[in-house]
Design a protein around this ligand. Structure first.
Ligand code: NAI
Length: 337
């Protein structure tokens, strides 16, 4: 991509630790020399206070126009209150693929060194369609929706990614022994898609067994293909292999738009203290740079990030250091030269 291109990107700092990690990441991105035109928007409770809406129209319009967003975490009330901002945005822009690479950073000791997993999670269906109702007092139904279209396109995404990036194996993760129709359809679609990719091994594992297998030996897997709820849970489990939620990136991808965000939440327990780890959002921003065809800048930030971890002089508390968010960003900037 030419140095002259200015990328218009919707920026949602979010709340809790969101603004702190976003500020750190924006500083680093601006130092790459790539030109950004940030269109900042509030979401969630903060937006409600200002505009009386959890997702203001201007935010929808901004993403519709820019097609790319970088998003910090937004607090979602549990058991009531407003609907998840993340789920709403994913549905509105049909961001059907949740993509999470799980890879160790150098210098960061974990129980499982050398993990290299790709999680591909269906992002718009399953239990997240929000169809819950009380049948009679004391009885609630929650509906899981699986469609042929949704299952086929997420399977295609996983196989096409595997082909392009030389990944060798894909396992569909399911519970079709119990949810015979819904997970059964998900599997049938994945099997059919797999026939067009003979160079990629295709396997199927039941979700509970997969969790045990992962903890026993994560190296046996390469790419995991999951419906929404299983993907949500398994991706956090896998984040633990490489040091936890403060590190792992995520991308929500659709045919037209993409939202890049950290896997972690708003971490109210550490918000406002300048101690959060901005690595997860930074790694998501690296995915965004690649999406924008800014490969050289992505490589430069990645190398600097890896250098900071290898040197172990300035790490945040969650990974055993004593540096703050701002100091950590300073160290990455210094490593970029
Ligand atoms: P959380 O991810 O916010 O926190 C879990 C634990 O990990 C906490 O101990 C926290 O301090 C730590 N942690 C998370 N990110 C960290 C970072 N960058 N650096 C250092 N430590 C970090 O999960 P929790 O507590 O379940 O959720 C809090 C809120 O965030 C909830 O309202 C939830 O709905 C929301 N949430 C939002 C997401 C998003 O906007 N993408 C994703 C997940 C949760």
């Amino acid at each position: 991509m030419s140095n002259q291109t200015t990328h218009k990107v919707t920026l949602i700092p979010g709340d809790g630790i969101g603004p702190e990690v976003t500020q750190a990441v924006v500083r680093i991105l601006e130092a790459t020399g790539v030109k950004f035109d940030w269109d900042r928007h509030a979401a969630g409770a903060e937006a409600f206070e200002i505009f009386g809406e959890y997702i203001p129209n201007a935010l929808y319009e901004s993403i519709e126009h820019n097609k790319v967003a970088l998003k910090g975490p937004v607090t979602t009330p549990i058991g009531g209150g407003f609907k998840s901002i993340n789920v709403t945005l994913r549905k509105r822009f049909d961001l059907f693929a949740n993509f999470r690479p799980i890879k160790n950073l150098p210098g960061l000791e974990t129980k499982w060194p050398g993990v290299d997993l790709i999680i591909v999670r269906e992002n718009t269906e399953g239990e997240y369609v929000g169809l819950e109702h009380e049948v009679v007092p004391g009885v609630v139904e929650s509906i899981k929706v699986i469609t042929e279209k949704g299952s086929t396109r997420i399977a295609k995404f996983a196989f096409e990614y595997a082909r392009k990036h030389g990944r060798k194996k894909i396992h569909s993760v399911h519970k079709a022994n119990i949810m015979k129709l819904s997970d059964g359809l998900f599997l049938r679609c994945a099997r059919k898609v797999s026939e067009g990719f003979p160079e990629v091994f295709y396997g199927e594992h039941i979700i509970d067994n997969t969790c045990m297998q992962l903890v026993m030996n994560p190296y046996q897997y390469d790419t995991l293909l999951l419906e929404n709820l299983y993907g949500d849970i398994v991706s956090d489990l896998c984040a633990a292999f490489v040091g936890g939620l403060g590190l792992v990136p995520g991308a929500n991808l659709g045919a037209d738009c993409a939202i890049f965000e950290a896997v972690h939440g708003s971490a109210p327990d550490i918000a406002g203290k300048d101690i959060a780890n901005p690595t997860a959002l930074l790694q998501s921003a690296i995915l965004m740079l690649r999406h924008l065809d800014e490969e050289a800048a992505a490589d430069r930030v990645q190398k600097a990030l890896e250098q900071v971890y290898s040197e172990r002089k300035c790490l945040t508390r969650d990974v055993g250091g004593n540096c703050g968010t701002t100091q950590f960003a300073d160290a990455v900037l210094a490593a970029m030269g």
